[in-house]
Design a protein around this ligand. Sequence first.
Ligand SMILES: *Cc1c(COP(=O)(O)O)cnc(C)c1O
Length: 394
Amino acid sequence: MSNREEPAEARRHQASLARNTRAVSLGRGPGGHDAPVNPPLVFSSTFHGTAEISAQDYGYGRFGNPTWDPFEETLASLEDAEPPALTFASGLAAMHAVLALLPPGGIVVAARHSYQGSLSLLQTAQDRGELVVRTVDILNTEEVRAALVGADMLWIESPTNPMLEVADLDVLFAAMKAENSEALCVCDNTFATPILQRPLNHGADIVVHSVSKFLSGHSDVILGAAVTRSPEMRARLWGIRSLTGAVPGPMEVWLALRGMRTLALRVERSCANALEIARRLQGDPRTGTVRYPGLPDDPGYAVASRQMDGYGAIVCVELPTAEQAERVCEEVRIFTPATSLGGVESLIERRRRHAAEPATVPAGLLRLSIGIEDIDDLWADLSAAIELATTPSR
Ligand SMILES: *Cc1c(COP(=O)(O)O)cnc(C)c1O
């Protein structure tokens, strides 16, 4: 939807820059004397025009908004895609649009531990007879292969939420294409972010994001995005977005781009904090299984080391009972007991408090979204809460 055609030389220069530089410097406009350093925030539902409207025009606010362009350009570059990303009203709106690419009755293979909202959306579509859903253990390649027979889409989230299973993207997407070269390979890259993982380089056709999480980074917007290298696929998704009206307000997109300026720094600090928290929890006799793909004895460690540039900011730990896990959430003072993840502030949640969470997620499992606070403050807070939750009262 951009009216600005970047010269080829400028594109080449941008592509040569490091990802953390691109996160800061793309989407700032052409500059010039007294031009704003940041892109303008445009509140307009309609745009001047007389002659025939083309797909390049904004025209009307359901088709495009100039505030979306710099965000869509920057996110695409971070994911190593050329055509701009497409921003949506939420992560699930982006997922819904991607599912709408399927033929009626299309078969979707998805990770059984995908984000619970994604699973509910798939289940609802199946209940309405629109799609057929096959959920699989993405760590079991043979099980996935068997499910791919006749499938139209492989939907992978990696690492998964909240079990932190790491899918081998190269192997699984190649298996999907070998089974059906027309099938769509989709990756929900919310947990990893493009700083740590670029699924388009591992065979994905489409990457989707809940921008509400790490990309915006401050727990202040609900927003989604889809990214693809195929201009045809982008045009189809643009058409679905325009017709279903799953469009974001300009304010959300502006905030998300502002948040993305610090994405690389935030992810770096959060990953370092998360690794340290995971190590300390692992050696802690008061808690049970610790899940974090950055721990060398974690089942996801080998694949994550090959496929990712870091291990992420989410750590899961099990308390012996659901009551003890709840007590930890009540006693923390720096961690905030809340759902969601990916903000500068650390959050903690017992996932099974959601009735729809799969029963294969342990009842005492706590999901920690590690923020950018001081590591010793975080550990002291968590450790004191665990102490209160696990010491028998006298
Ligand atoms: C939150 C989340 C979503 C849904 O995104 P919304 O922006 O809340 O609609 C999808 N996938 C994952 C992995 C998430 O964490």
